[in-house]
Each structure stands twice: as C-alpha cells, then as structure tokens.
Design a protein around this ligand. Structure first.
Ligand SMILES: C[S@@+](CC[C@H](N)C(=O)[O-])C[C@H]1O[C@@H](n2cnc3c(N)ncnc32)[C@H](O)[C@@H]1O
Length: 265
C-alpha cells in the first residue's frame, strides 16, 4: 500500500487502502454551511476575495450520505486499536443553532472517548447573540480499552502544582483546548479558506499514534494533517477532490522542515 500520498478523488471509496491498515484518522469534513468559501460579503453583497474556492452546499441528504460512505471506509481501513478524530462545528441557520451531535450516529459500534472543545479568540462578530468561539473534536476508538493514548507526549505545564506534593509538574491538558484559529498573518496560512491549525492536529497525532504509524485524512484540504504527520515521523495518506488543493498540499508537505523540538519526540 502506497503511503505519503494524496489521492485526487472522493474519499467515498478509498479502494487504495487495505483493511485495518490505518492507525489514526484526523479530519475536518465540509460543514455544509452553505458557504462558497473564500468569498466575503460587504454591505450584504458577496464580493470576490483571494484564495481557491469550494462550494460547501450539498443538499443535506446528499451531504449526510457522502459522510456515511466516507466514515464507513475509514472504519474498514482502521486497525483494531485505531481511532477517528473529527473536527466539526455547530451550524446556524439564521434562527437557531444546529449542533453536530448527529455525527455520533455514524459510529454506533465505536466508542466516543471525548468531545474536545476547541476554543479560540478570533472569528466573526454579531450583536444578536454571543459570538461563537469554539468548535468540537469528536474522538471515537474502535475498541473500548485497546487504543493508543500517549498522555505523557501531550502533557502541559501545571503551573499551580506544589513541588512538595506532586512529583510531576506536568498535567493532562483536559478536554478544553485553547488553540488560536488560523488568521491571515499566520506563517502556516495557505490559500485554503477552511484550514485548521497545525497545533490542533499535533496534539491529536502525538496522543493517538506512534512514530511510523499511518495517519489518514479523507478531506485533506491544504494538507495540514499530512504536514504535521510527516513532521512528527508518521506516514500520511490523504484524499481531496479539488486539484488546486492537492497541489497546494503537496507543495506544503514537501517544503516542511522539522523544528528542533519535534525531533526529540
Ligand atoms: C474543511 S476542508 C478541510 C481543510 C483541512 N483540514 C485543512 O486544514 O486545510 C474540507 C475539504 O474536503 C474536500 N472535500 C469535499 N468533499 C470531498 C470528498 N467527497 N472527498 C474528498 N475531499 C472532499 C473539500 O474540497 C475541502 O478541501
């Protein structure tokens, strides 16, 4: 099975993947929020802006069917101790919030271990309700007890621990993660309009896989998952339907250096 590759076709069929060959799936599916990403509005009118665009507006039934096919392929390809991490957010139809808990319906035979709240400071503004400043990451394992969780690799400094009481000055980072959203002036920013941060993927890859493991992203976009997997000594496989994004992701991943800190892990 070929690794360190991005296939340019829909992940509804990932026939290149052998059964039980993927250790970890990290992904952010299209949200189907009726956006043409990359466009902005001014005074209520859509205006063109920079970046490669994609339409995130499938009919709801088609969207749910597509996700069902992709997740079923992910489960087939997952090792027995593997896990699936999905970043998704609530939708807002102009009147009410539509939370994404329906995602759990796709994994009745898997084990939901955490719903991570990814909290950030930056985003759209509104004066009709509180400004939304979090997204979810759902973590499902294939087995209830036999799964990878390298807690030591992701512990954070415990600033308020008394040294005389606690040997370790490091602690579990909890299920609320404060990680900045990618803004226009971030070094890792690409032309993809719905990029997730490397820091978010980094914590998942370190916690839920080992060096040499294979990480799959069925919605690869600008290649964030691949770039992080490679930098941390893992292999990657991606799927993406927009040719410009595949090109962007390959360029990004091949130009990726390994910062000194990551070489030690
Ligand atoms: C939310 S974006 C992922 C962004 C990515 N996490 C990043 O950091 O750049 C979803 C991506 O899925 C792609 N996509 C949509 N439907 C797909 C399908 N059926 N198969 C593969 N890719 C698909 C879109 O073109 C888009 O780039």
């Amino acid at each position: 099975m070929e690794k360190d590759i991005i296939y340019m076709h829909s992940s509804e069929k990932m026939h290149e993947l052998e059964d039980k060959s993927i250790n970890l799936v990290v992904t952010s599916p299209p949200y189907n929020i009726n956006n043409v990403y990359g466009n902005r509005t001014r005074e209520g009118r859509k205006i063109e802006s920079k970046g490669v665009k994609y339409a995130d507006n499938l009919p709801e039934e088609e969207y749910r069917r597509m996700l069902g096919a992709v997740f079923s392929e992910c489960r087939r390809a997952l090792t027995d101790d593997g896990s699936i991490w999905i970043n998704i957010k609530s939708r807002y139809d102009g009147k009410r919030i539509l939370p994404p808990f329906w995602i759990c319906d796709y994994f009745p035979d898997m084990f939901l271990k955490n719903i991570i709240i990814w909290n950030f400071d930056w985003g759209g503004s509104t004066n009709t309700r509180f400004a939304p400043r979090y997204e979810f990451v759902f973590w499902f394992t294939k087995d209830a007890t036999n799964y990878k969780f390298n807690l030591d690799a992701v512990k954070i400094p415990a600033l308020n621990y008394r040294p005389d009481r606690y040997k370790s000055q490091m602690k579990n980072p909890s299920d609320v993660w404060k990680i900045p959203m990618i803004s226009g002036n971030f070094l890792e920013r690409t032309g993809h309009p719905a990029q997730y941060p490397e820091k978010l993927v980094e914590r998942i890859v370190l916690a839920a896989s080992d060096k040499g493991d294979t990480v799959l992203d069925p919605f690869m976009g600008s290649g964030t998952t691949g770039a992080v997997a490679k930098r941390l000594g893992r292999r990657y496989i991606g799927y993406e339907i927009v040719p410009e994004y595949v090109e962007m992701a390959n360029a990004r991943i091949s130009g990726q250096g390994a910062p000194e800190d990551d070489k030690k892990r």
